[in-house]
Design a protein. Structure first.
Length: 198
């Protein structure tokens, strides 16, 4: 977590004190540059169980000013099998998967081809234990069963960078996805994927 905090602090410094570092050139900006949409692959280190989860997600951002966007995203981590040990010596395999949604502001450097950003989002996550295969049907079943499952509040402070060539870009995020269940649990989260702005 110490490294994540250092990255976030460094990104905050750049965003606040070097807004002219990435000057805009006409080739990288159009008047319709108001929305970003993207997909991503995700790595999530579930600290409470020392389990690595991987999945996919999508996000959508709307500009409210040149330096601020409002962003919503949803991610689905596929089932990950890990072994649990019990006090009576028995061992059982547990199929874990995760669904989460986040919404909040994204503060970014100006509109150049390379942007650094910070974000602070709130939302909810749901952990499931199901041996069903990782299919689109299982995803929709997980979403449909949210009312019956244990949904937990979460908060995600993070930062990253995105680089664009025209409207197409690549984005990388890193942060601490904290959830609140019998205390605060800190979990490393990394995402990477393509994005498009229009």
């Amino acid at each position: 977590m110490k490294r994540v905090c250092i990255v976030i602090i460094a990104a905050a410094f750049v965003c606040l004190f070097a807004p002219g570092a990435f000057a805009q050139t006409p080739a990288f900006h159009t008047a319709s540059d108001h929305v970003e949409a993207g997909v991503f692959g995700e790595f999530y280190r579930w600290d409470q169980t020392s389990t690595n989860l991987a999945g996919v997600g999508a996000r959508l951002s709307f500009n409210v000013s040149p330096l601020v966007q409002l962003e919503g995203e949803m991610g689905y981590d596929f089932d990950q099998v890990f072994t649990e040990g019990f006090s009576d010596g028995s061992i059982q395999r547990t199929n874990a998967r995760r669904l989460n949604g986040l919404f909040g502001p994204k503060l970014q450097t100006n509109r150049g081809p390379v942007r650094l950003f910070l974000t602070a989002k709130g939302g909810a996550t749901s952990f499931g234990f199901d041996p069903a295969p990782a299919t689109i049907g299982t995803f929709f079943s997980t979403v449909g069963n949210l009312r019956a499952s244990n949904v937990i509040a979460e908060f995600y402070p993070g930062g990253g960078a995105e680089a664009f060539w025209g409207p197409i870009g690549l984005r990388f995020d890193v942060g601490d996805e904290m959830y609140f269940a019998s205390g605060v649990h800190h979990n490393l989260r990394l995402t990477f994927g393509p994005t498009i702005r229009f």
